[in-house]
Design a binder for this molecule. Structure first.
Ligand code: HSE
Length: 368
């Protein structure tokens, strides 16, 4: 396998190092805008030097972001190259288009590192759905948010201090609002739902709220009531279809989710036979993420394509009701007062997210 590697940042360098120790594949060209010199690969600055190179059969995209990653990956598929990417924004944003193109061209497209970093999550969903119907997917999918919430809960840091540390440790996306506003988790949930349920979820029907407004006072109130706040994604089959949403969630202090430290992820699926299966590990970072990119390369070598068939388009229904902790000018029914915030009566998930959109300074967390 001759590989063209696009991107030589945190993940790209990790992929380069792991691949260079293998006999079954080699990276022959690396796209990097900086001047680099590599012992066994040519550094190039123009993506066409990879896409138009007939000796390259597989492209690894490790640049991140939507553009120009989309244009480069599309060009690689059009040129007949298999693609492995760690880019969740890309695969989620252009799911239909990239999958159709890969199918049409008979090419393999894989993106295991896009959800859960080093956890073999999408590849395990692929295996699981061969044997059973999956009914639920979700959990803690963003290392940066978990690091922030864990630091606030265990160490008593305030939000700004905790975010700064997560950025210094290199967990956060280039634009950390992608993490703290839940967008990164939203991409990962939609991709997981598509693979697990064999559908194409309409992204606009999956609401998302993040953690940017959480305060040290909120966290102290949660502690006093035996709860821990985590950013949790939920995707579930319902009687008539599907529900999907991302939101801060107050889990019981003794639950597995509450115990997840630092930047770790804990992702779970529920299946008819397996019941609950949880996967815990490094959701970000150079070598864990690169590890899953290389796993995908081995799968491409053995002929594996995308994880699930190209399924029907579906919309998520968010009529399910939950009680929420709310800090802000909530005028609906309340059942308890936690000092700086209140506990609401049951509210439809979609309605709470609509209320939050109208109250940008408020903070709400669903009770689980
Ligand atoms: N910013 C992401 C996270 C990186 O914190 O989980 C891995 O997707």
């Amino acid at each position: 396998m001759n590989i063209g590697l696009m991107g030589f940042g945190v993940v790209g360098r990790g992929v380069y190092e792991i691949v260079s120790k293998r006999e079954d594949m080699r990276i022959t060209k690396v796209l990097c805008l900086e001047d680099i010199s590599l012992p066994d690969a040519q550094a190039v600055k123009d993506y066409r030097q990879i896409v138009e190179d007939e000796t390259i059969d597989t492209v690894v995209e490790a640049m991140g972001g939507l553009h120009p990653a989309y244009e480069f990956v599309r060009a690689a598929l059009e040129a007949g190259k298999h693609v492995v990417t760690s880019n969740k924004a890309l695969v989620c944003g252009f799911y239909d288009e990239l999958l159709s193109l890969a199918r049409e061209k008979g090419l393999r497209l894989r993106s295991t590192a896009a959800v859960g970093g080093g956890i073999g999550w999408l590849s395990e969903l692929e295996r699981s759905r061969r044997v059973q119907e999956l009914t639920e997917v979700g959990g803690i999918m963003n290392g940066t948010c978990n690091y922030i919430l864990d630091s606030m809960t265990r160490l008593g840091l305030d939000y700004g201090q905790a975010l700064k540390q997560a950025q210094e440790k290199g967990y956060a996306e280039a634009n950390p609002s992608t993490d703290v506003d839940g967008i990164d988790t939203w991409h990962k949930l939609i991709l997981s739902m598509n693979v697990a349920f064999g559908v194409r979820v309409d992204k606009q029907t999956v609401p998302v709220s993040g953690i940017r407004n959480i305060t040290a006072q909120d966290v102290a109130a949660f502690k006093a009531h035996g709860r821990v706040c985590k950013l949790i994604s939920t995707g579930r089959r319902t009687e008539g279809g599907f529900t999907g949403y991302v939101q801060p969630t107050l889990v019981e202090a003794g639950s597995p989710e509450a115990a997840v430290p630092l930047n770790y992820n804990l992702i779970t699926f529920l299946g008819r036979f397996s019941e609950r299966m949880s996967f815990y590990g490094q959701g970000a970072g150079r070598y864990p993420t690169a590890y899953n990119v290389v796993q995908d390369l081995v799968d491409v070598l053995s002929g594996k394509g995308f994880y699930a068939p190209y399924g029907p388009a579906v919309q998520a229904d968010n009529g399910q009701t939950l009680c929420y902790y709310v800090r802000g000018s909530w005028t609906g029914e309340t059942t308890q007062d936690w000092g700086c915030g209140v506990i609401t009566g049951p509210v439809a998930v979609g309605d709470m997210h609509a209320w939050l959109a109208d109250h940008p300074d408020a903070f709400a967390a669903g009770l689980r």
